[in-house]
Ligand binder design. Sequence first.
Ligand code: FAD
Length: 501
Amino acid sequence: MTMRDVEASSRAPVRRVVIAGGGTAGWMAAAALSKVLGRAIEVTLVESEEIGTVGVGEATIPTLVTFHRLLEIDEQAFMSAVQGTIKLGISFENWLEPGHRYIHSFGTSGRDHWSAGFQHFWLRGRELGIASGYEDYCVELLAGLEDRFAHLPRNGINYAYHMDAAHYARFLREFSARHGARRVEGKIVEVRTDAASGDITALRLENGDEIEGDLFIDCTGFRALLIGRTLNVGYDDWSHWLFNDSALATQTTAVRDAVPYTRAIAGGAGWQWRIPLQHRVGNGIVYSSRYMADDEAKHAFLSSLEGEVMRDPWPIRFRPGQRQKAWHKNCVALGLAGSFVEPLESTTIHLIQRGILHLVKAFPQTITAVAVDEYNARLAEELQHVRDFVVMHYHLTRRDDTPYWRAITQMEIPPTLRHRIELFRETGSVFHVPGELFGENSWIQVMMGQGVVPKRYHPTADVMAPEDLTRFLDDIRTYVRTTADQLPAHMDYMRRYAPAP
Ligand code: FAD
C-alpha cells in the first residue's frame, strides 16, 4: 500500500457535505448536490450575511441553460425571479481599434461539410464576391444585432441569461431547501483540521457552533478560507497574461429596453461591461491598477454611465489565476476560491458548474487520491482553454493608443494559444478539444472579429462550382433572414414570457 492508499482507506465514507459560503458558487453546489444526491448525503451550507457576496456575476453562457435542465428548474419561474433577460452573445466594442465592433454570438454560422467548416466556404465566397457579412449566416448573430428573440422549436436558438445575482442566490437557496439542504447563518472563525491527516474536520462559527463534515466545499470567494488560508494550496498567477486586477461595479436604472447581448466596451486601461436586466442595468469597469489609478477609473466609469446610479460603486480587487489543485485532501474549491479568469467572456459561473458536474460524477463513497488527481486534471485543462480564449481578445488588438495597450501588444502569449491563432491564420481551420467550453464557432467569430484573415481555405470549398456555392450560401442566408424575421422584439417577448414579479 502506498501512502496515498493509506490516506484514502483511513477516511470515513462521505455522508456529510459542508459548503462554506453562500454566493453563486455555494448555492449552485447546494442545489445540484441536494437535488441529485439528496437522500444519500446531508448538505449543509454556511453563509454570513455580514460578510455578503462579491455582488457581481450577472452574465452567463448557454451551459447554464443545460445546468438548469439537468436540475429540472422551471425556466419561466427562474427568469421571473432573477428579472432575467436573454443573452445571445457579447458585443465587443473598441477591441480591435476604437470605433470597431463585432459580436461573439452563441450561434453556429452556416453549415459545415464533414471535411471542412463553413468558414472555408464563406472565405471562398468572399473571394468570388458572392458572400455577404459573416453575421448573415448565423441566426443568433443577426437576432442579437436586431434585438430580437423567441424560443424556436425547430433547430432551436442558442442563448444564455442575464440575471440579478442576488436574486439568483435566493432562488437557488429556496430550491436547495426544498431538496433538503440545510442553511446555517454564521461567520466562520476557524477551520479545524485533523493533526494526522491534515483533513478538515469542522468549521467553527463565531457563536461557538461547530459544523462537522466528511467533504468540504470551499465557496468563500476570494478569501479561499479553506483551500487557501487553511490547506495552503498555492495559486498560479496569470497576471502576466491578464493585466487587469481591479473592478468597480454598480447598478443603474434602465433607460431603454434591454438588448439581448452583453456589452464589453474597451477603454484606455481595461474595459466596461453593461448587463441589461428587466428592471436595471449591471455596470462595471475592469482595469489594471498598474495603468490606471482608482480615482481615475471611478471618474471614467461614473461619467460614462446612463440612467440613475442605484448604488455607490463598490471596488473589487482580484488576481487572475488558478489554485494549483481545485481539490485537495477533503476540500474542493468552487468559484472564486478556486480560480478567476477575468470576467470578459462570463466564464466563472460556467466553471463553477463544470466543477459541480465533475464532482457529482466522481462523487466519492470515500475520497481516493486517484479520483482527486483526475478531477484536478480535468478542471485544469478546461480552465487553460478558457484562459487562452480570454487572452486572445487582448492579444489580437491593433490598439496602441495608451501605455496599457502598448504593453499588451508586447506580451508573450501561451504557446497553446499561439498555435491556435497560427493554425487559423495559415489554414482557416480551428479545432475543438473534447470538454473545452468554446466551440469552433466561438474561436472563429472572435478571431475574425479581431481582424485575423486566414491566408487559405480548405480545397473542399473549390470542389463546389461557383453557382452551387452561390446557391449554398444564399440558402443559408435566406434561412437566417426568414428565421430572424419571425422573431419578436426581445423585451416584448420577455415581458410575456417571464414578467418581473
Ligand atoms: P462570493 O460571491 O464572494 O461568495 C462568497 C461567500 O462566502 C459569501 O456568501 C460570503 O458571505 C461567504 N463567506 C466568506 N467568508 C466567510 C466566513 N468567514 N464565514 C461565513 N461565510 C463566509 N462570472 C460570470 O459567470 N459572469 C460574469 O458576468 C461575471 N462578472 C464578474 C465581474 C467581476 C468584477 C468579478 C470579480 C467576477 C465576475 N464573475 C462573473 C465571477 C462571479 O462573480 C462569480 O462566479 C460568482 O459571483 C461566484 O462567486 P463566489 O460564490 O465564488 O463568491
